[in-house]
Design a protein around this ligand. Structure first.
Ligand SMILES: NC(=O)c1ccc[n+]([C@@H]2O[C@H](COP(=O)([O-])OP(=O)(O)OC[C@H]3O[C@@H](n4cnc5c(N)ncnc54)[C@H](O)[C@@H]3O)[C@@H](O)[C@H]2O)c1
Ligand SMILES: O=C(O)CC[C@@H](O)C(=O)O
Length: 528
């Protein structure tokens, strides 16, 4: 018998497949603390959660029988994926089931904010008949900015069309072809900020999307803009939003998600007359909860019964022989992907991975997955892993080409990755040197020797005297310490690149100032 623990409120109807299975016993115990869950998890083969249960490494350490964690929903930010992977626990989610529910809540928010329905309701039920204070705006003929055009963002765009809205959208994976199909005008985040009457965000929370809408973006916005966040707390800077309302830039906002959940009772977003809030209800419809529970139950049953499954978000164990030879290159591969994805502009179209040396004789599937994972994780955060990386790439029409040659170059093993987007084609090569660790040895046509670690700056410039000094001085003045610096050039006086490892992230302002220095063409900050 398999024992399944359901530790969050999950639709009974949705998990019927599990509760009615002859080989499964289902226990429902919600609201457990970490210690309480740790004390009982050892009895169970599967754990089913929504977003309330935080499945920590401590809980997993006590989970001797646990084979699978099922997340009834999309985001797996409440599950320690690394710990699950290390213990060989498969994590499955249900990414499609709550798309429409969240899209519809987004529309409810847009309408509630446009017409101040909650505020008007409050006054009316308190006995006041105030019609003057609640003159709203229409959605028709307004510009809606959609940031994040995945499952939910695309559904929002479709519905906005029917409301007669014009849509400007941004998503690093949104190609012109798909944008045309959706009737969306492509724009950058800053262009959306300056053009939109309504803005809604539908991205995961990643390093890149944290504070995606912050003070500089609010300063670009039209007076009277309205903003909605039904994705993840922290994508829109909460404090900056309150200030933008006070400054008369933002006329209203609708928030379903918060940096801290639940937010403290005195949280500024909870006590503002122009902000409509809900307690993370995006996925809370009968239909969505049934859908996600059905999807995840099916997957959990497959895993328990050793049958094929499709929505794993972490990695199954790698056979030991393959692991030994490939493992030293896992981290390098992921970093190459992350680095290349951040240095290249435009939506990815084709990734060419080249292996030379001994690696060329091995099955490098896992390395390909790490490279693609690294590349996509810049935009998809924790939603992409080595189990689903190729699938995610395929969904985005990204072609992957693998080339192998055992002819040895200067290195025992070399991994070369080329990324083609609709704007440019860039190349990065790396290796692992015994005693020195991971190295980036080539960036485009330049030979370098850099350790891919932490925060880095990649500067394209003309090879003129004084460049190193200028960059060093500007960073020093801004309290950014340089840990190491590499210059690559083909010939004296031509184009060149600088690769700097810095001790802490440089702010957007510093990066901007650097890019304005004479003889500098482009500056990219890379976070690994
Ligand atoms: N409020 C809720 O209850 C609720 C319910 C479901 C989903 N969500 C959240 O909504 C978000 C979107 O869900 P989805 O199902 O549409 O996911 P999805 O993966 O289909 O779409 C996310 C999109 O964001 C894009 N993206 C990543 N980084 C970006 C960036 N810097 N700028 C612009 N776009 C970027 C990705 O390319 C992707 O297309 C997720 O974070 C999810 O957890 C919230
Ligand atoms: O379980 C919930 O209600 C939240 C779901 C949502 O945030 C998700 O990421 O799927």
């Amino acid at each position: 018998m398999y024992k399944v623990l359901v530790s969050d409120p999950i639709s009974d109807l949705g998990i019927r497949q599990l509760s009615e299975a002859d080989d499964v016993i289902v226990d429902k115990k919600t609201g457990l603390s970490e210690d309480e869950l740790t004390a009982i998890i050892g009895e169970y083969d599967a754990l089913l959660v929504r977003s309330q249960t935080k499945v920590t490494a401590k809980i997993m350490q006590a989970a001797a029988r646990l084979k699978v964690i099922g997340r009834a929903g999309v985001g797996v930010d409440n599950i320690d994926l690394e710990a699950a992977t290390q213990r060989g626990i498969v994590v499955v989610n249900a990414p499609d089931g709550n798309t429409i529910a969240t899209c519809e809540l987004t529309f409810a928010m847009l309408m509630a904010v446009a017409r101040q329905i909650p505020q008007a309701y409050k006054k009316t039920v308190s006995g006041e008949w105030d019609r003057k204070s609640f003159v709203g705006v229409e959605l028709r003929n307004k510009v809606l900015g959609v940031i994040g055009m995945g499952r939910i963002g695309s559904e929002v765009a479709k519905r906005a069309k029917v409301f007669g809205m014009e849509i400007v959208g941004y998503d690093p994976f949104l190609t012109q072809e798909r944008a045309d199909k959706l009737g969306v005008k492509l724009a950058t985040v800053d262009e959306i900020a300056s053009q939109a009457d309504f803005i809604t965000v539908h991205t995961p929370l990643t390093n890149e999307t944290r504070n995606l809408i912050d003070r500089p973006q609010f300063q670009l916005m039209k007076k009277g803009v309205r903003i909605v966040n039904c994705a993840r707390g922290g994508i829109i800077n909460e404090q900056a939003l309150v200030e933008a309302i006070e400054e008369g830039i933002v006329a209203g906002a609708g928030f379903d998600v918060f940096v801290e959940e639940p937010p403290a009772p005195d949280h500024p977003l909870l006590n503002h007359p122009k902000i409509v809030v809900t307690p993370h209800l995006g996925a809370s419809t009968v239909e969505a909860q049934e859908n996600v529970a059905i999807d995840v139950s099916e997957e959990v049953l497959h895993i328990l019964r050793n049958e094929p499954f499709k929505n794993a978000v972490n990695m199954p164990p790698v056979p030991p022989i393959v692991l030994n030879k490939l493992q030293p290159y896992f981290a390098l591969s992921e970093k190459l992907g992350r680095f290349l994805g951040q240095m290249t502009e435009g939506p990815a179209q084709e990734i060419t991975v080249g292996f030379t040396g001994e690696l060329a004789d091995l099955d490098t599937t896992h390395l390909n997955r790490y490279i693609v994972k690294g590349l996509l994780s810049n935009h998809l955060g924790g939603d992409v892993n080595i189990v689903n990386a190729m699938h995610m790439a395929k969904l985005r029409d990204i072609k992957i080409v693998v080339q192998k040659s055992s002819a040895s170059e200067s290195f025992t093993n070399l991994i070369t990755v080329t990324l083609k987007t609709d704007k440019e084609t860039r190349t990065l090569a790396g290796t692992v040197l015994e005693g020195y660790g991971e190295r980036i040895v080539k960036i485009d046509k330049y030979t370098v020797d850099a350790s891919p670690e932490g925060a880095m700056l990649l500067i394209s410039h003309n090879d003129k005297p004084g460049m190193v000094g200028r960059v060093g001085t500007l960073l020093g003045m801004n309290d950014v310490n340089i840990a190491s610096m590499q210059v690559g050039r083909k010939e004296a006086g031509g184009s060149a690149i600088m690769v700097l490892a810095i001790d802490k992230h440089a702010s957007a302002e510093v990066v901007n100032e650097l890019s304005k220095l004479p003889e500098i063409m482009k500056v990219k900050q890379i976070i690994l």
